[in-house]
Design a protein around this ligand. Structure first.
Ligand SMILES: [Zn+2]
Length: 266
C-alpha cells in the first residue's frame, strides 16, 4: 500500500495527525462547538462536533472528512472552513442551521498517508451490502451503530470531503431525488472552478462525469447510505492530488462554504 504525504505552506506534513487534532480542537472551541464521542477504533476517538445552541433548529447538515487516509485536503479543508467561522458560529447559524462535523474518520490511515485503516479496511465501503458485499470497516461499523443520530443530522444534506490523488482536475459526486443536478450541485462546481481545473467529461472510476459532476451513483459509500436513509441531498468532493496542497485545501473550504450557504437558502 502506497503512502502519500504533502507539506502544507507552514511546513506541517499533511499526515501530522496530532497537529491536525490540536488545531481542530482549538478551532472547535473558538466556534463554541462541543464534541459527541461516537466511540473508539484501535485507540482513536471517532468524534462528532456541533453547537449546543444550534441543536435541533433549522436545516440539518452533516459534513465529514478523512475517510481515506491519503486524501488529506479533506480534513485540512474542513479545519480551514471552521477556522474562518471563528466566534461567529452561533450568530450565523442559531435558529437557521444545525451543522454537525466529523473531521477525521480514518485516524490510522491519515497518520500513514494511506488509503485504508490499520486493519486494511476501506472506511468508505460496506454501507450497502445489497450491492457490494464488502463488510464495513471498524469505523464504518461504529458509524452504522449511530445510524439514527446520523440520519437526523444529515436530514437536509450530507457532504463528504475526499480527494482523487491520481487526478489533475476536480469533480464532485452528487445525490439528488431528481433527474438532473440542481442549482445546489452546479454551485459546488462553480466554486470548484474558482480554485482548480474542472475534470473533463468522460469517465472517472468507471462512472460518467459530466460538467464536473458524477450524478446519482448509489454505491456502498457513507454518503450514498445516508441519502438512501432520507438525506435530501448528498455530495462528495474530489480535489486532485496532482495539484498544490494549499490550493486543494482552499478548494475544499470554499466548496464546504458553498454547500452550507446553499442549504441556508433552501
Ligand atoms: Zn476517498
Amino acid at each position: 500500500m502506497m503512502h502519500h504525504r504533502w507539506v502544507l505552506p507552514d511546513g506541517t506534513p499533511s499526515n501530522a495527525r496530532e497537529i491536525f487534532l490540536s488545531r481542530w480542537s482549538a478551532a472547535a472551541s473558538a466556534a463554541g462547538l462541543v464534541c459527541d464521542h461516537l466511540g473508539t477504533v484501535d485507540g482513536h476517538a471517532l468524534e462528532l462536533f456541533g453547537h449546543p445552541q444550534c441543536a435541533g433548529k433549522g436545516v440539518r447538515l452533516l459534513i465529514t472528512a478523512g475517510f481515506h487516509g491519503e486524501e488529506p485536503a479533506g480534513p485540512w479543508g474542513l479545519l480551514q472552513w471552521l477556522q474562518t467561522q471563528g466566534g461567529d458560529w452561533q450568530q450565523r447559524f442559531a435558529g437557521r442551521a444545525d451543522i454537525r462535523l466529523i473531521p477525521l474518520v480514518n485516524a490510522t490511515g491519515f497518520q500513514m498517508g494511506r488509503r485504508f485503516n490499520d486493519r486494511g479496511e476501506n472506511p468508505n465501503r460496506g454501507f450497502n451490502l445489497a450491492i457490494d458485499p464488502t463488510r464495513p470497516s471498524a469505523e464504518g461499523a461504529l458509524l452504522i451503530q449511530h445510524a439514527s443520530l446520523l440520519r437526523e443530522a444529515s436530514r437536509d444534506g450530507v457532504l463528504s470531503c475526499h480527494e482523487d490523488i491520481a487526478a489533475d482536475a476536480a469533480y464532485v459526486y452528487t445525490l439528488e431525488s431528481q433527474a438532473q443536478p440542481s442549482a445546489r450541485s452546479q454551485a459546488l462546481v462553480a466554486t470548484l472552478e474558482r480554485y482548480l481545473p474542472r475534470h473533463e467529461d468522460g469517465l472517472v472510476d468507471h462512472c460518467p462525469v459530466h460538467d464536473g459532476i458524477v450524478f446519482n451513483q448509489l454505491d456502498g459509500s457513507f454518503e450514498a447510505w445516508l441519502f438512501r436513509e432520507g438525506a435530501r441531498y448528498g455530495a462528495c468532493l474530489e480535489t486532485p492530488g496532482r495539484q498544490a496542497i494549499a490550493t486543494r485545501i482552499a478548494a475544499q473550504a470554499g466548496m464546504i462554504e458553498s454547500f452550507v450557504q446553499n442549504a441556508l437558502e433552501i
